[in-house]
Ligand binder design. Sequence first.
Ligand code: UDP
Length: 332
Amino acid sequence: MILVTGGAGYIGSHNVIALIESGYDVVIFDNLELGHLETVETLKSIQTKGKVVDFIKGDLQNFEDINSVFKTHKIDAVIHFAAYSQVGESVKNPQKYYFNNVYGTLNLLRAMLENNVKKIVFSSTAATYGEPVYVPIDEKHPQNPINTYGKTKLMIESILDDYDKAYGLKSVRLRYFNVAGADSLNRVGEWHEPETHLIPNVLKSTFGGGKKFQMFGTDYDTKDGTCVRDYINIEDLAKAHILALGYLEQGGETNYFNLGTTEGNSVKEVFSTCEEVTEREIPVDVMARREGDPATLIAQNTKAKEILGWIPEKSLKDSIKTAYAWECKLNK
Ligand code: UDP
């Protein structure tokens, strides 16, 4: 059985579906602060062929909460998503991030060691690289995060190295670029309150009463003046986690991989693709730059392709189509 922390959240829930569809039993651990009970109910309703999808409500900052999951379930490996992930908030309130992300992970790892579970797939981020020295960014790029969120994820990567050396705990760290889209059957999708991400914010402003879309910065040194990002589809991303799990199950050593497409799209390109998909003219306000946004972030993904056999298949437009279907459902 696979323990999925943060399984009621955006990335976690799509991974639970991928696990179910790959034939795994799953136990979701989530405190439902940012995850949704409705999501858990949806996930439980799609369990198939005698497979188990269990849910335990608990907080990683409480060791007993997480330790008890290992006592009541036979866990073979962990996929760890539970974390705060808002860059701006992390800079304003670092304590909140260090306690939840770092201390929470330390509790999880302690519970894993006490219960002799030694495989973990960890949700890391391109934010661990900081301001790019070169693009596309490969895994050898220096890791110098420029915000607390990225620092918490890098600290955890470093802790995982130490725990492998000392305790033989094997990890795969997946460094996500910009995750986009929703489940193609529209069962789950991106559901943050408040929403800070580009694609859902553009799409939200197509609904009556929705706010005008705010475009942060048009004076960057890029093809059209807006920031360029590498948008990786959520279902492609989930597939990489299944491959990473298989890699660990086959005795793979601790490793780390970028998850991105190698293609860069500007904010303006994303915006116009949203207009195309929704067949609407979307209201926009051009704003000043948002603090802490690097001009360009694009992944090199050769390592994940070669070692994990991962092939991302979906385009930006595919992601925007499923994200829009999901937004329509949320706004019904
Ligand atoms: N962005 C924007 N308006 C929004 C949200 C985001 O212009 O309402 C821009 C943001 O400044 C960045 C890009 O879209 O250049 C991607 O931002 P997002 O928050 O989606 O992801 P990040 O790159 O910060 O992880």
